[in-house]
Design a protein around this ligand. Structure first.
Ligand code: AVJ
Length: 357
């Protein structure tokens, strides 16, 4: 089955006028195939070639990530579960003075969040669980599972972009504070500049009584890092290579997996684990729905993912630069991972700054 090209299709109903054509309205919006198409076109036209890491998470990619979280080498999940179990009450006390929402950005299967949710239930405080995810399918799955397994938990799923969801919650005048969770070292996907940008944007959506619980993977023995991203069962390799299958399916590309290998490496200077797909020979790939051929040289890489590792001082400066005060820092027993509680610093708007007459 061949579907039409995704790029360069005609725009519909531009607003017309005697004087000009207004293209700024809804006719410029892209559908999800077009969004994917442009991201792939731009990434594979760049040098060095790259693909944005969020593309890894189609249904199969998300399923593979759930398997990664269960791998013996993938320590972050177990470290963070240990932290949440040990400090759940202290974390919740940062917002529990009034009714609050436990707002989860990127809940996945919700397993880690349920540690906090169950502790909040034991504390008999007034709270709701508010997962936010851009995928309606993932949200439907999570909400129905929580409803059956924890029928007494008040849950309100939001299908939204993260900061739009938090902004909407802050605009509700229901007197609830928000404990915003950004767990699992998801911040590690951003380089330092974009991490600041993302956290500043989130800051703008938070009120002074809200708190951010954010997970950081810490700098540690390089061998341990390398093992976590090059596991012995090859699940991480499969997770990375699945991106090629996705492009084959959704954009009608003809990537041949056997000509590619996964490579995970650690850059000590930038502090990032980096993942690549490396072309093992000269090859040309046709991406039908982009109407393009892409050529790969032998050993040419496509960069697919960053996972930045932090020193405590890196976390301190990131917090300060994006407008937060570090209220608490909780490490696991090995000191490999941290869940930080950050409070947004807000300066009151001066009533009138104009000079007196
Ligand atoms: C979901 C971004 C936190 O960086 O550790 C795991 C993704 N990639 N193994 C991470 C991932 C390869 C993961 N995050």
């Amino acid at each position: 089955m061949t579907r039409p090209p995704v790029l360069g299709v005609p725009l519909n109903d531009a607003k017309t006028d005697d004087l000009y054509l207004d293209l700024t309205q809804s006719n410029q919006r892209l559908n999800s195939d077009q969004e994917l198409g442009y991201e792939v076109l731009v990434g594979l036209s760049s040098l060095p070639k790259r693909l944005p890491s969020h593309l890894i998470y189609d249904d199969r990619g998300s399923e593979l990530f759930q398997r990664i979280m269960g791998l013996p080498e993938y320590y972050p999940t177990r470290c963070e579960e240990q932290i949440l179990r040990a400090y759940a009450r202290e974390i919740l006390n940062s917002v529990a003075k009034r009714p609050f929402n436990i707002v989860d950005l990127g809940a996945g299967d919700g397993k880690k969040t349920m540690i906090l949710v169950e502790e909040a239930q034991r504390m008999k405080v007034d709270f709701r669980f508010v997962p936010i995810d851009i995928s309606a399918g993932a949200m439907r799955g999570l909400v129905s599972r929580v409803r059956t397994e924890h029928p007494d938990v008040a849950i309100q799923g939001l299908v939204a972009e993260y900061t739009a969801g938090v902004r909407w919650l802050a605009s509700q005048s229901d007197g609830r504070s928000n404990l915003v969770l950004f767990l699992g070292s998801n911040i590690g996907n951003f380089d330092r500049a974009n991490a600041r940008g993302f956290l500043s944007r989130l800051w703008a959506s938070m009120r002074v009584t809200d708190r951010l619980l954010i997970g950081f993977d810490l700098k540690k023995d390089i061998d341990r890092l390398l093992a976590a991203y090059n596991d012995s069962e090859g699940v991480t390799a499969e997770f990375n290579l699945n991106l090629l299958d996705r492009l084959n399916k959704e954009l009608e590309a003809d990537f041949d997996r056997s000509r590619w290998r996964h490579f995970g490496t650690y850059n000590v200077f930038s502090g990032a684990m980096e993942s690549y797909l490396v072309s093992m020979e000269h090859q040309t790939v046709h991406i039908n729905r982009l109407e393009r051929l892409f050529t790969f040289e032998p050993w040419e890489p496509i960069h697919t993912e960053y996972s930045y590792k932090y020193l405590p001082a890196d976390m301190d400066s990131l917090a300060a630069d994006s407008g937060y005060r570090v209220e608490a820092r909780f490490l696991d027993q090995d000191g490999w991972f941290s869940d930080d509680v950050w409070a947004p610093i807000k300066r009151p708007v001066e009533a009138d700054l104009s000079p007196a007459e």
